[in-house]
Ligand binder design. Structure first.
Ligand code: C2E
Ligand code: CA
Ligand code: CA
Ligand code: CA
Length: 279
């Protein structure tokens, strides 16, 4: 049973295992979404923990379905991964994010970086490096201002291959963050081998950092270790001033979460950025 209208939360539940008509229908709808550009990018500010000043933003895709309304990426990205449609969606996202930021930085006379989520399928695909080069060429975004967010699992399977791709990305001047850190299989020790710039502490750790001493200890360990390796640490999903204060006190460098701003459409970015300067 499909949910109605805006309430699309469980829309894709069960699709993963089905070979049903529904699966086929969803595939087709995603295909139409790609064709008719029903996607839109939202941007969420990332701020300095000590000053609250905006230091960058993460691009987050949304699907504006003509009948179903907004569909969250948590719903359709996993499906698109399975069908391979993530390649086309990912290309659109990368191009749009680079182009938006190149324009915005020029207009605002700023140099803020944009973070773009890269799914495992996209990252491993032959031709991804070429796609990056082409996108930077076409949009004119300084490679230093592009950051790719990949999850640790991407790098765990076929480690050698993953590191090789990472190195080539770094040689292009593009930065790389490990997303959702702490939720995957990697160990802190493994971080040392990776040519990355940032670690994003998953929001599940941030959520109860002020109550759960075990989580707080993990967070402190990750921050200390990451700093030893010269990595920047971002705390994700910061919703309360207590969480922000706690992370700041533990020397977390950057913060991201509803406390500072929800993800906003591109045309609201300027107002959001200005508000962030005065936090
Ligand atoms: P993510 O990369 O971990 O992105 C952060 C998610 O946390 C976003 O959800 C964001 O809206 C949400 N968030 C931010 N601050 C807070 C907070 O303070 N509290 C809570 N509870 N949540 C917060 P969103 O936009 O629904 O995206 C969900 C996931 O979908 C992303 O998780 C990412 O894995 C994936 N995704 C989003 N956009 C893209 C994309 O363009 N490409 C790919 N491959 N994946 C994407
Ligand atoms: Ca992310
Ligand atoms: Ca994340
Ligand atoms: Ca995630």
């Amino acid at each position: 049973a499909k949910a109605q209208g805006r309430n699309t939360w469980h829309w894709f539940e069960g699709v993963a295992t089905s070979t049903s008509n529904e699966y086929v229908a969803l595939r087709r709808e995603l295909m139409e979404a790609i064709e008719h550009e029903q996607f839109v990018l939202y941007y969420q500010p990332i701020v300095a923990a000590d000053s609250g000043i905006m230091r960058g933003m993460e691009a987050l895709v949304r699907w504006q379905h003509p009948e179903r309304g907004f569909v969250s990426p948590g719903e359709f990205i996993p499906l698109a991964e399975q069908t391979g449609q993530i390649v086309a969606i990912g290309q659109w996202v990368l191009h749009q994010a680079c182009s938006d930021l190149a324009n915005w930085n020029a207009k605002m006379n700023r140099r803020l970086p944009v973070s773009v989520n890269i799914s495992p399928f996209q990252f491993r695909r032959y031709g991804f490096l070429e796609e990056l080069r082409k996108t930077l060429d076409e949009t004119g975004l300084d490679p230093e201002l592009l950051e790719l967010e990949v999850t640790e699992n991407v790098l765990m399977s076929g480690v050698g291959q993953g590191i090789d791709t990472l190195q080539k990305i770094r040689q292009m001047g593009i930065k790389v963050s490990i997303d959702d850190f702490g939720t995957g299989y990697s160990s802190l020790r493994y971080l040392r081998q990776l040519p990355i710039n940032k670690v994003k502490l998953d929001k599940s750790f941030v959520m109860d950092i002020t109550e759960n001493t075990a989580n707080a200890a993990i967070v402190q360990g990750v921050i200390t270790m990451a700093h030893h390796l010269g990595l920047v640490v971002v705390g994700e999903g910061v919703e309360t001033t207590e969480q922000a204060a706690d992370l700041k006190q533990r020397n977390c460098d950057l913060l991201q979460g509803f406390l500072f701003s929800r993800p906003v459409p591109f045309d609201q970015l300027t107002a959001t950025a200005e508000a962030a300067q005065s936090i």
